[in-house]
Design a protein around this ligand. Structure first.
Ligand SMILES: [Zn+2]
Length: 168
């Protein structure tokens, strides 16, 4: 269950629509997903437990470098997620983290399940650093760093990431 708190009224409206978009996507998964993860994500949007707090981060310091973040059962969405119309994708990405997903999991499902027009963004250089630190593994998926192909632990392909952004 998502408990929405502290959003300005226009953003609250948009956010309720974003929750509906995520719920619809979970009702008809566009790609492979482990049953456990799917059930966890569905429980977050539709179940009575766990209760996940959805709070507004506005333009606080925590929002300078990111669109949203999560810790435990709390998801923060930043103002720029709304300004850039990425609220549904950022919400979904953070939900994957709440469901034990690491950065590779969150980025993989974000990009496999949503288009760029819907707000999905390819992994940044910082994301790639995290992938490397995590041994190119997530909780639910893994990646071959040479081919950039992401598969789940049942070996089902999710997507192939574009080449890692170059260092400027
Ligand atoms: Zn993330």
């Amino acid at each position: 269950m998502l408990c929405i708190q502290g959003f300005p009224a226009p953003y609250r409206k948009v956010l309720i629509r974003a929750v509906a978009i995520v719920r619809q996507r979970l009702a008809r998964p566009p790609g492979p997903i482990s049953r456990d993860l799917l059930e966890d994500l569905r429980a977050i949007v539709s179940g009575s437990r766990p209760k996940v707090d959805l709070v507004y981060g506005g333009q606080t310091d925590a929002c300078r470098m990111s669109y949203g973040r999560s810790a435990g059962y709390r998801i923060m969405l930043c103002r720029k997620a709304f300004q850039e119309r990425r609220e549904a994708v950022v919400l979904f990405h953070e939900m994957v983290h709440v469901a034990s997903g690491w950065e590779l999991d969150a980025e993989a499902f974000e990009n496999a399940w949503f288009t760029r027009a819907e707000g999905a963004r390819q992994p940044t250089r910082a994301d790639w650093e995290t992938f490397k630190d995590d041994g190119y593994r997530g909780w639910w998926v893994q990646m071959d760093p040479r081919t950039r192909r992401v598969t789940d632990y049942a070996d089902r392909p999710l997507l192939t990431f574009p080449p890692r952004p170059r260092t400027r």
